[in-house]
Design a protein around this ligand. Sequence first.
Ligand code: SAM
Length: 459
Amino acid sequence: MTALFSLYHAPSASFPSTSFGTPLSTLKHLSSFPRIKRTLQFKRTLFINSLLSAESDPSVPPQVQTFWQWLREEGVVSSKTPVRPGVVPEGLGLVTQRDIAKTEREAGGRLPMATLYRHSSRVYQFYYILCRSEEELSEIQGTQLLSTTLDVKKYVQSEFLKVKKEVILPNRQLFPFPISLDDFFWAFGIIRSRAFSRLRGQSLVLIPLVDLINHSHTVTTEDHAHEIPGPAGLFSWDLLFSLRSPAPVKAGEQVFIQYNLKKSNAEFVLDYGFVDLMPGRDKYMLTLKISESDPYFGDKLDIAESNDLGQTACFDIILDRPLPPTMFPYLRLIALGGSDAFLLESSFTDSVWHHLELPVSRANEELLCRSVQHVCKSALSGYHTTLEEDEKLKEEGNLDPRLEIAVGIRAAEKKVLQQIETIFNERELGLDGLEYYHDRRLKELGLVGEQGEIICQPK
Ligand SMILES: C[S@@+](CC[C@H](N)C(=O)[O-])C[C@H]1O[C@@H](n2cnc3c(N)ncnc32)[C@H](O)[C@@H]1O
């Protein structure tokens, strides 16, 4: 693995594993902008002669050429740097200047951390989901992506008001122009899509140049950021942050990393502005809840909690994958009542979950099937198009890229909902053929004959 860049983070601290984007929960814990150290030290001596410098590549925007030139003057990059900025289908990217195959030696230079350059709108054409008009957002009407987007928007808006009051207004002279909510959305987007996260106890770092690296679904490891000891100045030694290509790359090709293996396509759109081709990213989150008005609420909650679930449980349903294993027991627990309520008695405390892993009674299984079918139907009725209409639009092609993403997201959600519906429709049709708690109990007691008949005396 070749190190593309290595850089020093002052003061020294450990760099645990790194990837782009950070969980929203992490951001929610930040009451204001994350504190970002102002200086970084890049390693000074880097790899091989440039075949084509960024400043001689006319397709690279002038701001990036100026930036690259400045990096050269600062000694951050040199003729030996193995990559250069290049114009690629994903906007800008890092293109190799020679074959990259194995790890080599590095040294350091300095780079002001606050140096950020605004990208052309082309690169970020998908990004501004937070800034999209009502009309554009209506294309994802009914989707979980829309509700998450609106929640995030509300959160960022409230953070903006706080930052404006506590930081911007009292320090007006520090800002070259008035900061609007849209500027704040832009900054939020930059951090979400470009910052390295999970560094040094959850802080975020923005690293210009390194952040030009794009994502590819063909990369199956998030192993690209490393912490290595090395020289951090003339007389100092520290831990260096090193970005490495996860795979060998031929000269002139683009280097990619894997941004995140776990995120859904909706999260990809929200964080990075594109959908990924990796299978398993199309998901629908089904939220199930034990109602407070349930006469057995307390008992059910105890059982859920002793099995690492709660009053509310969220299940990620993935397209073309089986349902999460704990979903059926939880559904049976919610639906438990009537003559099945004996399972909630204290004598069953230790075994109830085991019983819920298999069908309890016809009534219980039928109730849960109907409830899930109802949830799916109601979710499907919230979209303003049908799956067939979406598929037709996709087939016709020539969609505006933003619309293509919207259609992709809403079609994927509908496919998952239809998949869930089909599973529960088929289950309902097969209710008569299932074995329930009492059947199993009679078998255990030896009260069922060869032909399935109930016998009076144990065999
Ligand atoms: C960390 S930046 C990478 C550099 C970026 N391409 C640029 O021009 O500055 C992340 C952004 O690059 C774009 N990007 C990265 N990988 C992509 C991919 N596989 N497909 C489409 N866009 C991608 C998205 O706009 C994403 O938000």
